[in-house]
Design a protein around this ligand. Structure first.
Ligand code: SAM
Length: 293
């Protein structure tokens, strides 16, 4: 059977394709394939992939890959599951601008990959992420300073809300702060669990992180800043003095003085602070000599 005979949005066709290859979906690799025909093309367009280079993570059986290949100059898709490679060869037959790399994205040298494959074209990331590693992948993409314009990803609905939450809001978590430092997040749209095969337990959202060209706050020590954020959110409903003082091995009195100087209430909890306030606390801690590194 040739590629054009498969409709990748039709569960019956998918079942046939998978059974022809003796393939069983792996839940632990987050394999839920997109079967909502309008979403793939909409997401591809909104990702900014047009006429440029796209890094896709986890192509699965290739539904989103095809949409990206139709509008971009080149797609490079990193897929961990080697069993999917022969399937992708079939479903993407004829798309000369797609390259599949059989690797774990968490171990891939993504920066070199983009530099070598993009030929200087503008680059974006677009993916229906495996949900079990959403946060590590997003953090990696942001921290590596890849030079991409934007990262557009499908994530679990709740994770999407958290990632896009404004600092100072209840839904905010450590990842919301990190995301805001590196990018400007936007929730694009939600989609129901029936948009996937097999159907997952939860709904999804597509979010877009537009990479900041200029950092929104000045930070003296990036590692120290993220350590502060992680410590503060480790007990998000409690006042931040205890976990932060213990993480940096500084006295609570010392930390209280910092907060007083910055006019931050001593009763402040992580979810109440802005990005700027976190930056100010971090920069003040940096000024102290006896921090356990
Ligand atoms: N893009 C396809 C779609 O939209 O139908 C499939 C998305 S599915 C949610 C996630 C894909 O990521 C699966 O194909 C899975 O095998 C792959 N994957 C899981 N962990 C990965 C990793 N560490 N590196 C690369 N791919 C991974």
């Amino acid at each position: 059977m040739k590629n054009f005979e498969y409709n990748l949005y039709n569960p019956k066709h998918i079942k046939k394709l998978l059974s022809e290859h003796g393939f069983f979906v792996s839940k632990s690799l987050g394999q839920n394939f997109l079967i909502n025909s309008s979403v793939g093309s909409k997401m591809a367009k909104m990702s900014g992939a047009e006429d440029g280079f796209v890094l896709e993570i986890g192509p699965g059986i290739g539904a989103l890959t095809k949409e990206l290949a139709k509008i971009s100059k080149k797609v490079c898709s990193v897929e961990i599951d080697s069993r999917l490679i022969p399937i992708l060869k079939k479903t993407l037959f004829g798309f000369k601008n797609v390259e599949i790399i059989n690797e774990d994205i968490l171990k891939t040298d993504i920066k070199t990959l983009i530099r070598e494959k993009s030929d200087g074209m503008k680059a974006v990331v677009c993916a229906n992420l495996p949900y079990y590693i959403t946060s590590p992948i997003i953090m990696r993409l942001l921290e590596l300073d890849l030079g991409v314009k934007a990262i557009t990803v499908m994530v679990q609905k709740e994770a999407g809300r958290r990632i896009c939450a404004e600092p100072g809001r209840r839904e905010c978590g450590a990842i919301s702060l990190a995301v805001r430092y590196y990018s400007t997040p936007r929730l694009l749209f939600d989609l129901p669990s029936s948009s996937f095969f097999p159907k997952p337990d939860v709904d999804s959202s597509v979010i877009r992180l537009e990479i900041n060209q200029v950092a929104p706050v000045e930070i003296k020590n990036r590692d120290g800043f993220f350590r502060l954020v992680r410590a503060a959110f480790s007990q998000r409903r409690k006042i931040l003095i205890n976990p932060v003082a213990s993480s940096f091995n500084i006295s609570k009195d010392h930390l209280r003085n910092i907060l007083l100087n910055l006019k931050i209430p001593l009763s402040a909890r992580a979810e109440q602070l802005s990005l700027e306030q976190f930056a100010n606390i971090s920069n003040s801690i940096e000024n102290f000599p006896h921090i356990r590194k």
